[in-house]
Design a protein around this ligand. Structure first.
Ligand SMILES: [Zn+2]
Length: 435
């Protein structure tokens, strides 16, 4: 790949105002004590107070805070309803393990987990991640200019992160602009793994359809397919790509059926072979309606940035039949993304570096995961109490030999504010528990 000598200066610097987040400290005590009784009794001067919520995932609430150990601004996520039942226990443990497993610049990972109290008092889990200033939803609805260069570098990073997740055998299942965090120099990270799960190799095993925010939901899920794969995430990326170009949601319907109708308005009536896994009712709905021809040429009208190359890639993602939809790694080979790759590895990445004679590029621009994510531990989790033991042990072992552990001071006023802000959300999300 010709990566040398054609670097351009970044245009990403002015995308955000940069002054949006001005943090206070969060009320967390640092402690060096080994016994849990000491955890809330050794306050240091560097206490943190919560500032304000910065986002709500499918599960959990996120606050911006300052790490008292180094003054670094980070994000604090409380994972709610952890020990409500075995299903939520498994879900939270899965998300926690994923956050600790990820090692990729375009995927959000755990920097730390707050030290849990003794197991009898262990009710909540708090995870610290890198703090990002905004997300793609906020960028899209803002008046800030979004150039072709921005779109290319964003799309490149989304696919780069997704290739990594899929190579680890993980389906995200809720790819949407709000789950793509960005900072002021356009670095992008995929976040919120509350609905993520391991790919199911056995097609006879049913998977839940309670996934993916409706506007970004793939046709196979809308049509009731009981088994699906990484292609559902690629569909979502296609919708987001079109949204970046047109700065409006591509398929904005009121109901799942209308969602399907909008999709077939654009792609045309699918052939029977593309509906092989659909449920009978959904197939009948499509066949009952008028035969629609495809109208993909309207994609050229999304914006001036909708060039032939852009629309070509978009049309490879927005394919009705998941078996014919482009994969993440194949999409990365599309010429539309060459400039995004160049920009990313010239001035944004951690994998390449500059020397006086020029830039030294990595051998692997889009690395896969080193191994598959394992969820075999879930089979041996049979009760909430057992889950509590598993998670407590996991956090304790994860922290061993690392930095001075952080823990919450539940007596502080700031912590009470934080808890109040998370309480209403917990009740809202509890109904979204899934198999
Ligand atoms: Zn690089």
């Amino acid at each position: 790949m010709a990566f040398h000598g054609s670097a351009r200066p970044t245009v990403c610097g002015n995308l955000f105002s940069g002054s949006e987040l001005d943090h206070k400290y969060f009320c967390v005590n640092t402690t060096t004590g080994a016994t849990s009784s000491a955890l809330t009794k050794t306050p240091r001067s560097a206490e943190m107070e919560p500032d304000r919520p910065i986002g709500y995932g499918a599960f959990g609430v996120v606050w911006s805070v300052t790490d008292p150990r180094d003054g670094r601004k980070v994000a604090l996520k409380k994972m709610p309803n952890v020990f409500q039942n075995l299903v939520s226990c498994k879900r939270v443990f899965r998300e926690l393990r994923m956050l600790c497993f990820f090692k990729h610049d375009n995927v959000l990972s755990a920097l730390d987990i707050l030290q849990p109290p003794q197991i009898d008092c262990f009710e909540e889990i708090y995870v610290i991640t890198e703090l990002m200033q905004s997300d793609l939803h906020k960028v899209i609805v803002s008046p800030q200019p979004l150039t072709t260069d921005h779109i290319k570098v964003f799309l490149y990073q989304i696919l780069r992160g997704l290739k990594y997740l899929h190579s680890a055998g993980i389906l995200h299942r809720d790819i949407k602009p709000g789950n793509l965090l960005v900072n002021s120099n356009c670095l992008l990270k995929i976040c919120d793994f509350g609905l993520a799960r391991v790919e199911e190799p056995d097609p006879s095993r049913h998977m839940t359809q309670e996934v993916v925010t409706q506007y970004y939901r793939a046709p196979e899920v809308l049509m009731g397919s009981r088994h699906y794969g990484p292609a559902i995430d690629i569909w979502s990326v296609g919708c987001i790509f079109a949204e970046l170009l047109g700065r409006r949601i591509l398929f904005q319907a009121q109901s799942p059926i209308q969602q399907l109708d909008l999709i077939t308005d654009l792609l045309g009536t699918p052939p029977l072979s593309a509906m092989a896994s659909a449920c009978e009712g959904a197939r009948a709905h499509i066949l009952r309606g008028p035969h629609k021809p495809p109208s993909l040429s309207v994609l050229y009208m999304l914006s001036d940035g909708a060039t032939h190359e852009a629309v070509h890639l978009l049309c490879r993602m927005l394919v009705f039949d998941p078996s014919k939809r482009i994969s993440g790694s194949d999409a990365l080979s599309h010429p539309y993304l060459d400039e995004g790759r160049l920009r990313y590895h010239t001035c944004m990445c951690q994998c390449c570096y500059s020397v006086p004679s020029g830039r030294v590029y990595t051998r692997d621009f889009e690395p896969a995961a080193e191994r598959l994510f394992s969820h075999s531990y879930e089979e041996s989790m049979h009760s909430v109490w057992q889950g509590k033991e598993f998670i407590h042990r996991f956090i304790t072992e994860h922290q061993q030999g690392k930095r001075v552990p952080l823990c919450i001071n539940p007596q502080s006023a700031a912590f009470k504010t934080f808890i109040r802000s998370t309480a209403w959300h917990s009740s809202k999300v509890s109904r979204k528990e899934e198999r």
